[in-house]
Design a protein around this ligand. Structure first.
Ligand code: MSP
Length: 691
């Protein structure tokens, strides 16, 4: 199973036109998990990330800031570097395309292609948008307008240098066909193949006249031009190997790259431009280019103008670095799009981490303290043979399953498989009931088995989860008295179920993942200053500890309660119980216009079983019927509502409250208690806009 070959992994190099966001963090965290995993498995790893500092976007951003482009890059670069430190990113090198060495290497490649007659000069005629400073093709332009800014475009002719990309079309098709892992996931591979097999691949303009764009690397054979930013940027994957310091000067042994991780939007530039550039340079092609999906935020595209850009720094502050890392890779299968929301992060943190691995550690250590004087006991006779065998089987198979997953980049499946072992251990503790065994001296040997199994599973879990959550898994190992150096390759025995656990005393300390409890009266909102916030009210707690350590008599050590969706999705649960946030920020009319308020006629209403507060309403919006769960049951009898015309937020994302879907929210006055429902006296058609 052991792999010894080197492993070279890259992220895209990010444009320094703005500060880093969740999209940048996503790729970089995924790359980090892979790098960490393979390092622990003994492979020599080179993990590269960095910045794309040339080109129009950066030049424009600098101009907007009123500073010179280099000064702009120097100002923004530390924002990325600091974020990577916060996110525990273990990159081996950080490239900036304004590095002198990189520039020289790009020029060397350009010269080589020029000398081989693979670059030629030609004139190009296209539709040019002066505002966006870019060309569009005939099919992009609609009614003579720029598809981006909608300003008129003009036909312009320009002399440029072209790379003979088109001549590699057949070779590229053959390469993709012969190497099923070259472009992944498979759906993306099919997209690229489909495009290459149905359209003629043209040549690529690799220059920009300095009169139009000056911020770039000058062509070595014509100083009136700079090179196209993508030619410059893609070369980073090679140039970094040549000049950036590495611990071991192992030359070019890392080429070809094992995995280029990219977002789906930049797959073509990698799969087509970069591959054909490498063919022209007679260099081997990367093993895999993996395109991941995009994150939306609360169902919407993330953008500055929408004010919903998620700042990873704020995520670390709110949830801790590892919960954020975990969420990104557990929430959606790698390769597919995902939706980021505040409540999804909280649910993932509480149910998988606080109630899962965190609680397993906490209850295990509590029991070892109480029943074994703080020392992990040796294994005894079976206590629950069937479950013990099940755990042993799962724990023995898990490392190989995960290794396959790390080859396939199925992070989510890996985390799910790990979660299954955690659940199995919880079930085992619940059923073996060590607190009962502790009451009977004859059961003492069995009690040891239960404690030993739980501790052994945790030791293995620390190793398996370390790449995902390095900081907390180191804490876990320390609390367990397991001394291991995660900065080096681990011995094969670290992955074995039968490995003895440390006999050092345990040191129980703070919970690994404090729970975040959101009650219906908390407001979850997107702060307009671009970060997500939970406004806590006094009754919300962070970090409830599941077990009382001071209790003298053996008590059941519970698995933490699971969070019901109703408690994590705040606003729709009880609209009237949401207090106004302290000093709410001002919003613009555009922000307000995003909220769609409509009249709705109540057709029927009933109480939600076991809830004092919640009513289930069926309302008509004229053209459609909706079900809304509203926290107005203390104030109103269901029957009194039928026939009333109320006001609802019609474009609120559906949420489940006590397992019942709510497709909107009713408006009511009041704070913790509802005092009055917003109703319309006049005859107004249901579904009428309210503003
Ligand atoms: N500079 C180029 C890459 C050159 S690589 C030789 C670039 N930079 S970028 O900063 O604009 O984008 C970097 C990455 O962020 C891309 O992989 C892109 O897919 C990713 N993302 C941007 N927004 C995203 C989301 N909303 N969600 C996930 N990833 C997203 O392109």
């Amino acid at each position: 199973m052991a792999e010894t070959n080197p492993f070279y992994i890259t992220t895209p190099i990010y444009y320094v036109n703005d500060v880093p966001h969740i999209g940048h963090a996503y790729t970089t965290i995924a790359a980090d998990v892979l790098a960490r995993y393979w390092r622990l498995r003994g492979r020599e790893v080179f993990f590269l990330t960095g910045l794309d500092e040339h080109g129009q976007k950066v030049q424009q951003a600098a101009a907007k800031a009123g500073i010179d482009p280099q000064a702009h890059c120097d100002k923004l670069a530390p924002q990325f570097q600091t974020l990577w430190q916060r996110l525990n990113i273990s990159n081996d090198a950080f490239i900036r395309t304004t590095d002198l060495e990189h520039k020289a290497i790009v020029q060397r490649y350009l010269q080589e292609l020029y000398d081989k007659h693979l670059i030629y000069q030609d004139s190009y005629t296209g539709w040019y948008c002066t505002f966006d400073e870019r060309f569009w093709t005939e099919k992009d332009v609609e009614s003579g307008l720029c598809p981006d800014c909608k300003r008129p475009v003009e036909q312009l002719s320009e002399h440029n240098y072209f790379f003979k990309m088109g001549q590699y079309q057949d070779r590229l098709i053959e390469h993709i066909k012969a190497h099923p892992d070259f472009i992944r996931p498979e759906s993306r591979r099919n997209e690229v193949l489909g495009f290459l097999q149905t359209q003629k691949l043209g040549d690529l303009s690799i220059s920009r006249p300095k009169s139009r764009l000056s911020w770039g690397i000058e062509l070595p054979f014509d100083n009136n031009y700079v090179t196209y930013v993508w030619f410059d940027a893609l070369v980073n994957y090679m140039s970094a190997l040549e000049y950036l310091p590495r611990e071991k000067p192992t030359g070019n042994q890392f080429w070809p790259t094992n995995v280029h991780l990219v977002g789906k939007d930049i797959l073509t530039t990698h799969a087509v431009y970069w591959s054909t550039m490498l063919m022209a340079l007679n260099l081997p092609l990367p093993e895999t280019i993996f395109a991941h999906g995009w994150w939306t935020v609360d169902g919407e595209k993330m953008s500055k103008s929408r004010g919903n850009v998620v700042d990873p720094n704020k995520m670390v502050e709110s949830y801790g670095v590892d919960a954020f890392r975990y969420f990104l890779l557990r929430e959606v299968p790698f390769g597919q799009d995902g939706d980021f929301s505040q409540s999804a992060v909280v649910t993932s943190l509480n149910s998988d981490l606080a109630n899962g691995i965190g609680n397993l550690l906490s209850r295990t250590l509590t029991m070892i303290e109480r029943f074994a004087d703080g020392n992990i006991p040796a294994n005894g006779p079976p206590a629950l043979p069937e479950l013990e065998e099940k755990i042993a089987r799962a724990a023995t198979q898990l490392p190989a399953t995960l290794e396959r997953g790390f080859h396939a980049l199925t992070f989510r499946d890996n985390l799910q498989a790990i979660g299954e072992l955690v659940s199995l251990c919880d079930e085992y503790i619940d059923k073996a009931a060590p607190w009962k065994l502790a009451k009977n001296p004859e059961d003492a040997p069995k009690l040891k088995t239960v404690l030993n199994h739980s501790a052994r599973a945790l030791r293995l879990l620390a190793v398996l989860l370390h790449p995902f959550m390095p900081q907390t898994m180191e804490q876990l190992a320390r609390q367990l008295g397991y001394h291991v150096d995660f900065s080096k390759a681990l011995p094969a025995s670290a992955y074995e179920w039968d490995s003895p656990v440390s006999d050092l005393p345990i040191t129980k300390s703070a919970p690994l993942f404090p729970r975040i409890e959101i009650t219906a009266s908390d407001t979850v909102r997107i702060d307009l200053k671009e970060h997500v916030k939970i406004e806590k009210n006094a009754s919300s707690k962070k970090g409830a500890t599941p077990v009382s350590d001071t209790s003298a008599t053996p008590q059941p050590v519970p698995a933490a309660a699971t969070t019901t969706p109703a408690t994590t999705s705040a606003t729709p649960a009880a609209p009237a119980a949401v207090p106004a946030p302290v000093a709410p920020p001002q919003i613009t009319i555009d922000d307000f216009m995003k909220i769609q308020l409509k009249t709705a006629k109540v057709i029927s209403a009933e109480r939600v079983p076991k809830s004092e507060k919640l009513l289930k309403l069926q309302v008509s919006l004229g053209t459609e019927q909706r079900q809304i769960v509203a926290g107005i049951g203390k104030k109103y009898d269901p029957d009194a509502l039928v026939g009333k015309t109320i006001v609802i937020v019609a474009n609120l994302k559906p949420a489940k409250l006590m397992g019942i879907e709510s497709q909107g929210m009713v408006l009511a006055a009041g704070d913790a208690d509802v005092r009055g429902l917003l109703t319309i006296q006049e005859e107004v058609d249901p579904g009428t806009k309210v503003k």
